[in-house]
Design a protein around this ligand. Structure first.
Ligand SMILES: C[S@@+](CC[C@H](N)C(=O)[O-])C[C@H]1O[C@@H](n2cnc3c(N)ncnc32)[C@H](O)[C@@H]1O
Length: 197
């Protein structure tokens, strides 16, 4: 019983410590710098979970920008809404999505960002087809996903670079660049194909 109480008492600190530790290797600012995310942009974050990256994005795009935080799990979105309200982030809008369709508002997004989520999408090709209607002209899509050779856990759960490229080759997007500077992830940057196949 005493052990249980001690664990409960220290849990919030453990959670914060875990986020600090994630910042170390996740490098959210460096990711946003490499993607050119700046004030005023409208970002669709797909598979936002409970919002690890959402608040970094919201801080960066500022009052004139928006972050549409999407997920199929509404519990995570509730956590995001509560934190946004508590911390005064008026520029975060949660969007409950469907497995095949994010349901972002049409023709709105400058960029779609998928932070550690692409490998969990079960219908990525249909999802990519549906997200196209939500993009502004010239919009980009960034997949930040763990690389099996760079991590020493859940290797079989993650997708190799070749698997990501293979899946995406069946969509309306074309690869612009792969950033490899992160210790655990690759960043795959895509844009719409100029002429559909
Ligand atoms: C590993 S979590 C990552 C959460 C968060 N982005 C982070 O980095 O902490 C993957 C998330 O993708 C979500 N997801 C899976 N399939 C999805 C889909 N088709 N559309 C939107 N979200 C999806 C899951 O519900 C989960 O919250």
């Amino acid at each position: 019983m005493q052990k249980f109480l001690i664990v409960l008492l220290f849990m919030p600190f453990a959670l914060f410590a875990q986020d600090d530790a994630r910042d170390e290797w996740q490098k959210p600012d460096a990711i946003m710098d490499s993607l050119g995310i700046r004030s005023g942009m409208y970002i669709g974050e797909a598979g936002a979970g409970s919002g690890y990256f959402t608040f970094f994005l919201a801080e960066r795009v500022g009052e004139t920008g928006r972050v549409y935080a999407n997920d199929i799990d509404e519990q995570g979105l509730d956590i995001i809404s509560s934190r946004a309200q508590k911390e005064g982030f008026d520029n975060i809008i949660t969007i409950p999505g469907e497995v095949e369709d994010p349901l972002f508002p049409d023709s709105t997004l400058d960029m779609v960002v998928m932070m550690k989520a692409f490998h969990d999408f079960t219908e990525p090709v249909k999802w990519m087809d549906n997200v196209i209607a939500d993009l502004k002209p010239g919009a980009k899509l960034a997949i930040i996903d763990p690389v099996p050779e760079k991590v020493d856990f859940w290797k079989s759960h993650f997708m190799s670079k070749e698997e990501v490229l293979e899946i995406m080759s069946g969509t309306g997007f074309e690869l612009v660049h792969i950033f490899t500077f992160l210790p655990r992830d690759n960043i795959y940057l895509y844009q719409l194909k100029s002429s559909p196949d």
